[in-house]
Design a protein around this ligand. Structure first.
Ligand code: TEU
Length: 512
């Protein structure tokens, strides 16, 4: 495969900021844009190339910003448009790009369109199907005043926009051009797979027949001729669909967020837990590596603002917290694709261990309990697991006020301490990001999974020309001896052949 200089995002690492819990600057207990600006040294020190900023727009306040009431503004709780401009400038001064989160599948019911532009939404006399909303209950909500129902894939306060209406697409593409022309460098499209719905034959997560034409139009009207990075969040996406969407020749999006690898420990619903089998996890990632090897591109992630903390879920957040967070980072970042680091993951933050319903804030969690869900289910799976404040200094440093959500019971060494510690989780993330920037085999190398059925060892190679990288990782609390030859230059890890609990190693060899 030929490395492309134009597609800069192939060598990039993205850091996701979920602003509410990143850094507060004005003491109201809620993180804000000036807070993000204050912490840019942390991102620069880590070495990331792109900041993905979760929504800061005015919103109805139901789904933590994913229910927009104005596509072109900033919610006063986060600051002003001038603060966002200052953030763009501050990032660019450090060589970091900004990617905005665009929620185009639905708005808030507080958006002026909902009252003024009835035709923008799915109004029907009766429910057009039996779809269930992802946050529980019917996806159709009756408006007594209108005597009609409207479609909402998420909460009732998040009515879905009807992308089959050309004026809806025109209005949304206008929004994208507004931000593009303001200097942002990319977009993360929230549940973009859900646009182009087939109400008669489809399902809420099914891919509708007009999805690809809509994405192609979006590309023509917004992206073409501009050097932007795009990623589409696509629950339920198959690797075949991902290849279509991310095929540069088709000109749709650069990459997608798939969900298969974060569903392997779940049953019929996200609240049902099944024990994770390492073989299934690594085989799944390998299948995506294979499927997008020739055409398209992968995103790589363990966590985001919707998922429990990676170290608690895939690692071991007890005595092996540092080692397992380090090893999870190592295996993910050595895959081919664009890695996404979710805030706090670089510190090895675990789930907070909330025990009371009053600890929780997330609409999905509260609705789940109202519908009979348990605190144990929340403790494992709630999105609030990922939404607790970052600990910047030993004394905290997130806010001088009362934080909008608690920090939980498992504090980790602060960012300041980890940045000074060569053995911290942060230090391994920094090293992995530096390695990606320095070693073309990390970006471009062919991927081959070794010993796919092993339940404790995760081993694979990346081959690029004469260079081969070997990754060996012990994903268990017991020591193990990998059966393969580990001769070569040690790039990451400590020398040896045996692997201690959750220990990993990256080795480079060059063939003449
Ligand atoms: O998430 C969409 C999605 O499909 C899920 O990850 C969902 O959030 C949840 O986990 C269902 O159980 C996106 C956003 O990332 C999420 O924060 C929003 O709540 C949602 O869309 C609606 O905008």
């Amino acid at each position: 495969m030929t490395p492309s200089t134009q597609q800069w995002w192939r060598t990039a690492v993205v850091y996701q900021v979920w602003p509410r819990s990143f850094q507060d600057s004005d003491g109201d207990g809620v993180g804000d844009l000036r807070g993000v600006l204050r912490r840019l040294d942390h991102l620069a020190d880590l070495g990331v190339d792109v900041l993905w900023l979760s929504p800061v727009y005015p919103s109805g306040g139901v789904d933590a910003g994913y229910d927009l009431s104005d596509y072109r503004g900033v919610d006063p709780i986060f600051g002003t448009l001038a603060d966002l401009d200052a953030l763009i400038a501050g990032l660019h001064a450090r060589g970091i790009r900004l990617m905005l989160d665009m929620v185009l599948n639905h708005t808030s019911d507080q958006h002026p369109w909902f009252a003024a532009r009835r035709e923008f939404y799915y109004w029907r006399d009766e429910p057009a199907n039996d779809w269930q909303a992802l946050f529980g209950g019917s996806a159709w909500q009756r408006d007594p005043a209108r005597g009609q129902v409207y479609l909402h894939t998420f909460a009732p306060q998040q009515p879905d926009l009807d992308w089959e209406q050309p004026q809806v697409r025109a209005a949304l593409f206008d929004v994208l051009r507004f931000w593009r022309d303001r200097g942002v460098d990319g977009f993360r499209f929230d549940v973009i797979s859900m646009v182009g719905k087939d109400l008669a034959h489809g399902t809420p997560l099914g891919f509708g027949p007009t999805l690809h034409p809509h994405l192609a139009q979006l590309h023509r009207e917004v992206l073409a001729g501009h050097d932007l990075m795009t990623v589409g969040e696509m629950p339920g996406v198959s690797v075949e669909q991902a290849r279509l969407v991310s095929d540069p020749a088709r000109a749709e999006l650069d990459m997608v967020f798939g969900f298969e690898h974060v569903s392997l420990d779940r049953g019929a619903t996200k609240w049902d837990h099944v024990p994770l089998r390492l073989s299934l996890l690594k085989q799944n990632l390998a299948r995506w590596q294979q499927g997008l090897a020739e055409v398209g591109w992968n995103s790589l992630y363990w966590g985001n603002h919707d998922q429990p903390r990676a170290v608690s879920r895939f690692g071991n957040d007890g005595v092996h917290r540092v080692a397992s967070a380090t090893t999870l980072a190592t295996v993910l970042h050595l895959h081919r694709g664009t890695p996404f680091v979710y805030q706090g993951e670089e510190l090895g933050m675990p789930n907070p261990g909330f025990t009371a319903l009053s600890d929780y804030r997330d609409v999905e969690s509260l609705r789940h309990v109202a519908a009979g869900g348990t605190l144990a289910e929340l403790a494992r799976t709630s999105r609030d697991n990922a939404r607790t404040p970052l600990r910047w200094e030993p004394a905290g440093g997130f806010t001088t006020g009362t934080p909008w959500i608690g920090s939980g019971h498992h504090p980790v060494p602060s960012a300041a301490e980890q940045r000074a510690d060569p053995d911290s989780v942060f230090a391994r993330y920094r090293a992995l990001i530096a390695l990606r920037h320095a070693e073309p085999a990390v970006v471009h190398g062919d991927f081959a999974l070794l010993l796919p059925d092993e339940e404790r060892l995760w081993a694979f190679t990346r081959t690029y020309g004469a260079v081969q990288l070997l990754v060996v990782a012990n994903c268990s609390a017991e020591p193990l001896e990998p059966p393969m030859d580990q001769a070569g230059e040690l790039l990451l890890g400590v020398p040896g052949t045996a692997l201690g609990p959750w220990e990993s190693r990256v080795i480079k060899r060059t063939h003449g």
